[in-house]
Design a protein around this ligand. Sequence first.
Ligand SMILES: Nc1ncnc2c1ncn2[C@@H]1O[C@H](COP(=O)(O)OP(=O)(O)OP(=O)(O)O)[C@@H](O)[C@H]1O
Ligand SMILES: [Mg+2]
Length: 363
Amino acid sequence: MYISEIILRDFRNYSSVSLALQNGVNIFCGANAQGKTNLVEAIYYTCVGRSPRTPRDKELIRWDGESAYLSASAQKACGKVMVEGYLTRTEKRISINGLPISRMGELMGAINAVFFSPDELKIIKESPSDRRRFMDIDISQLSKAYFYDLNRYNKTLAQRNRLLKTGGNITDQLSVWDLQLADTGSRIIKARAAFIDKLKVYAKNAHAELTDGAESLDVDYECIPSYDRADIREAYLAELSRTRTKDLFNGYTNIGVHKDDIALGIGGADIRAYGSQGQQRTATLALKLAELEIFAGETGEYPILILDDVLSELDTARQRKLIERIKNVQTLITCTHTDIAFDSAAVFTVKAGSISREQPGSE
Ligand SMILES: Nc1ncnc2c1ncn2[C@@H]1O[C@H](COP(=O)(O)OP(=O)(O)OP(=O)(O)O)[C@@H](O)[C@H]1O
Ligand SMILES: [Mg+2]
């Protein structure tokens, strides 16, 4: 799939922009603070319904504007899809092909994108919640049912935690929440395990290619209870009952999919803790390339790849390998210098919230 057109009104530092993109590589070049990340943020927003930078939508509205509008039109194997977003300081509305959606889950899979920025190193370096977010966004794009399960799980978890804090005789009520957590939690575990099974193969492959076989990346799903038990739901319930006394003492739920993690190792060493900067960056890139392959395998077409400020961070060998890999992927690249050679890339200049396309050969 590829995005053919973008329209922004009062989004971040853009007052009004309409842009035709090409299939293949699109490069957005400009000095710092001109609006490059703002542009790809808008594009990603039309794919997953949230910004990769902030959970607060109102930050996306231009400071002196009342509301923001954004739209992306994509060409997919199944036809054309247009996603529109309309944000005010109090509400957000999204429509697909002109029809407003009533639940965010309906947006999932309309336009798929993989986003890579220096911030994404968080997936490796920071807390388990960053790794859960990584897999949750991907699996949600591939499965609306997963997205709804996650929402259901989080609501049930919040209710159970509230109940744990009240104290008193709550055994019967807790058992009701336990059943619900085990139902949705075990479905989430199955989906995550299936995702990581694919991720580990593709990521190992990509990583071996990026390091010329010098290092081997191991990716594993860490969850409690262990998902290789025959009946996950039963195991889940047993774990909840085993930790109930502790839960009552702490006033929150100690086990469950809200504690899951992804283990990442090179040669037996945990790169979350011990990886060098370069190793962590290469592993992140391998995960991003693996995401592309998972999407292609599941949906039959590559998603859009967004590379915000990351290409110049890679050495030339890795750049070349990346470029080789993205031949069939619409790629949106932001950078401050166009020192990366691409055949037939569309090059745009971004300056103070306006975007113009450079004519080929005009440097
Ligand atoms: N809601 C908003 N309204 C108006 N301007 C905004 C808003 N949010 C951010 N900006 C401005 O947008 C500008 C450009 O931001 P952006 O992050 O896109 O820059 P960039 O081109 O990616 O720069 P860099 O190369 O440093 O990453 C910033 O100067 C910021 O102050
Ligand atoms: Mg930027």
